[in-house]
Design a protein around this ligand. Structure first.
Ligand SMILES: Cc1cc2nc3c(=O)[nH]c(=O)nc-3n(C[C@H](O)[C@H](O)[C@H](O)COP(=O)(O)OP(=O)(O)OC[C@H]3O[C@@H](n4cnc5c(N)ncnc54)[C@H](O)[C@@H]3O)c2cc1C
Length: 387
């Protein structure tokens, strides 16, 4: 495994690190500690800067005007651009653009005209609705939302739960059952949020204080047949592809905040004195820092290994499950230890640690809980026969 960075990757990492430290972190001093969005007048200049760096729309292919950056470099960028207060919720507040619903690149040309291009231009926002009250870990079996063909339309009925950003979106990808049980019976529909029958029933408040997850109700929602994304019955393949690709930068973001938390803990331990000596002189504290270092180095290797396999065009399903599992779990431990070293300051909103502590906890559940990642890895070890 060769994880030596190229000169170009090193230059990009340096550029993004400077951008975050000089352009993003100072803005946050004037924001609410739980702010999850930037006012348009603050975001616009950031976007101009990422465009000037050639980094706007990271995962966007060149035919759509994007740089289509490889997954290793995107992971390195994700590590850097999560290192600010809102870094786990909104890494650099989306200044780097990107499709976010990357499966829209599989859309038909009319679908692209109507939904993809405006999304890439930042004019439309989209959500992704797979999970339901009946379960999110095993959606192929759990999906109960039904779509029934009626002439040129499909009529959707059901409830979606935990859907991020549906209250602020213009359209979304909704997965519904069009056939029998299991994977082949699920279809993906492009649904507009102002259509009759679409309702955001409530915001689901979580330990993340920003508005985030929603519950959606679909009641006799009519969706034109031409709004199927991909094939009828092919929804699950679309969902899965997205989840495997997303998992690696998602893991990298956990690593990013953990690196920053550790740096803060190292610095603080060298300044703070108790009982006549610095915290860093105590073996109890040194060992916490050592454990942080080991967690960070092992998670970084696993994240970059998964990304490198994806870039080589090799199967990386197991590697991305391992990377996501280790980065979310190890990242959580590092933030926790770093908070402890800061004492009372660790839990105060004066520092970003308490926000990262809450938000990284969600990462052990979102995009597939840790136990489900273990289930994926066990299937690889024991064979596909494992249910
Ligand atoms: C803040 C937030 C935002 C989210 N955003 C979105 C979104 O935008 N779109 C979307 O579609 N979904 C979203 N989700 C849903 C998320 O993907 C699901 O919560 C997750 O997949 C788990 O599903 P569940 O909550 O139904 O738990 P369940 O599937 O009921 O699982 C419960 C627990 O059981 C355990 N478990 C499950 N399977 C196994 C197994 N095989 N072996 C051992 N243990 C197991 C795990 O510990 C798991 O946490 C979001 C969730 C949160 C919390």
């Amino acid at each position: 495994m060769d994880l030596a960075l190229s000169d170009e990757q090193r230059m990009i990492v340096e550029m993004v690190r400077r951008f975050v430290a000089e352009e993003v972190v100072p803005l946050e001093d004037d924001l609410d500690p739980d702010a999850d969005e930037l006012p348009a007048e603050l975001l616009a200049p950031l976007i101009e800067k990422t465009k000037a760096m050639g980094l706007y729309g990271l995962d966007t292919p060149p035919e759509y005007g994007g740089p289509d950056i490889d997954l290793v470099t995107r992971s390195l960028i994700a590590i850097e651009c999560s290192q600010h207060r809102a870094g786990l919720y909104a890494p650099c507040y989306y200044a780097f653009g990107g499709a976010r619903q990357a499966q829209m690149f599989e859309a038909t040309e009319p679908q692209k005209e109507k939904y993809l291009y405006p999304m890439l231009a930042g004019e439309l926002k989209a959500f992704f609705a797979l999970s339901e009250p009946s379960g999110g870990s095993d959606p192929a079996r759990a999906i109960q939302t039904r779509a029934v063909r009626d002439g040129d339309d499909w009529v959707l009925n059901g409830t979606k739960l935990w859907i991020s950003g549906a209250d602020r979106a213009d359209y979304g990808l909704v997965f519904a059952r069009t056939g029998g049980p299991g994977r082949g019976g699920v279809t993906c529909f492009i649904v507009e949020t102002d259509w009759p029958g679409f309702k955001v029933r409530r915001i689901v408040h979580t330990l993340r204080s920003a508005k985030y997850a929603t519950e959606i109700q679909l009641e006799d929602l009519r969706v034109p047949h031409e709004n199927i994304l991909g094939e009828e019955g092919g929804g699950f393949a679309i969902a899965n592809d997205r989840l495997s690709r997303q998992r690696v930068p998602y893991a990298a973001e956990c690593l990013g905040v953990a690196i920053k938390a550790h740096e803060m803990a190292v610095e603080y331990s060298q300044l703070r004195e108790t009982f006549g000596a610095t915290l860093s002189s105590r073996q109890g504290i040194q060992w916490m820092l050592v454990e942080n270092e080991i967690d960070l180095r092992s998670a970084r290797l696993l994240v970059l290994d998964a990304a490198a396999k994806a870039d080589r065009g090799e199967s990386f399903r197991t590697e991305s499950a391992i990377a996501k599992l280790v980065a979310a779990e190890a990242g959580g431990r590092v933030v926790d230890r770093s908070m402890q070293i800061h004492g009372g300051l660790g839990v105060a909103k004066d520092l970003p640690l308490e926000r990262w502590y809450r938000e990284i906890r969600i990462r052990r559940i979102g995009e597939g809980p840790s136990e489900v990642q273990k289930h994926v890895i066990a299937r690889d070890i024991l064979g596909a026969g494992l249910r």
